[in-house]
Design a protein around this ligand. Sequence first.
Ligand SMILES: Cc1cc2nc3c(=O)[nH]c(=O)nc-3n(C[C@H](O)[C@H](O)[C@H](O)COP(=O)(O)O)c2cc1C
Length: 338
Amino acid sequence: MTELNRTVAVAPMLDWTDRHCRYFHRLISPQTLLYTEMITAPAILRGDRKKVLDFSAAENPVALQLGGSDPQALAECARIAEDLGYQEINLNVGCPSDRVQKGRFGACLMKEPELVADCIDAMQNATVLPVTVKSRIGVDDQEGYDQFRHFIDAVAAAGCNTFIVHARKAWLQGLSPKQNRTVPELKYDYVYRLKKERPELTIQINGGINDVAAVESHLQQTDGVMIGRAVWNAPWLLYDIDTFLQRADVNKNRDTVLSAYQAYCEEMLLGSVNLHWMIRPILGLFHGLPGNKKWKSYLVTESPRRPKDVSVITEARAFVHTIDTNPNRHKETTEGVL
Ligand SMILES: Cc1cc2nc3c(=O)[nH]c(=O)nc-3n(C[C@H](O)[C@H](O)[C@H](O)COP(=O)(O)O)c2cc1C
């Protein structure tokens, strides 16, 4: 099955894919590529570097997503990231927020392919890590496929050979970042066509991929899939995808993952972080199962009251009426009995 070598990634999501979320996703799936939230070059070079970049080697493989457009500053960040053990550097050319536009980075860089090429060139000279780009298919009045391919070609000419494409354009005026993730229509055919016309490039697709069937279908046409909101809402999807890719650990289930995450929380709670921050990525763990609603509401109400008490998670778990939540394991057991 050719899909086995394809990349599956969890999308960078500001305020969501922090180190705790990544640690949790890694417990579910050993091979899925994980991304940091977008971190701007000035935040790394002039801010609290430890705070923004600190992560655990157990989260790897992790790609650091950078926001910026100053080639030398980005190159310096790439060097720092390599020293810290990140495994890929990704440049954000997709974020449409006003703040990001004022800083002349994110999606507005779709209009400046030469500048993006300079950034890639500088970063590649500074690190041995792969340097990749996450882009849109266009911005504002960039309607056609040709402009999109022109952008990709210009950046590829600087040596970038991996592109993750959020398959909708962004409206830089008038739509919020949230609307820019739903309003402009998805055009998967642009990404498929790009892969056909530029087979030498690694092309991964992003946007609206919500289940295993969609993953399977996109992997027929591209080199990888990146999933954002669907994983946040139902993180066990990562396990289902691993099952489809024939790489899931059959001894794993939601409970084994949860106990490992609880142990991690206990350790983290010794520092300054509080439980209510760390429960956010696990809220969707029992998505679709009986008791899910109570599990979530107990965690949300109880964790701020008892910010250092990890047993809140055990108490919440009691609301979910399922013993072994791994369908593969169940199947195995049944087959074993038969
Ligand atoms: C809360 C949130 C924060 C996001 N932050 C980033 C970000 O920091 N960098 C980025 O490239 N995209 C960001 N995105 C966009 C996602 O990476 C992804 O491209 C988008 O959600 C479409 O994928 P999906 O339909 O699978 O969610 C964010 C999306 C969400 C929902």
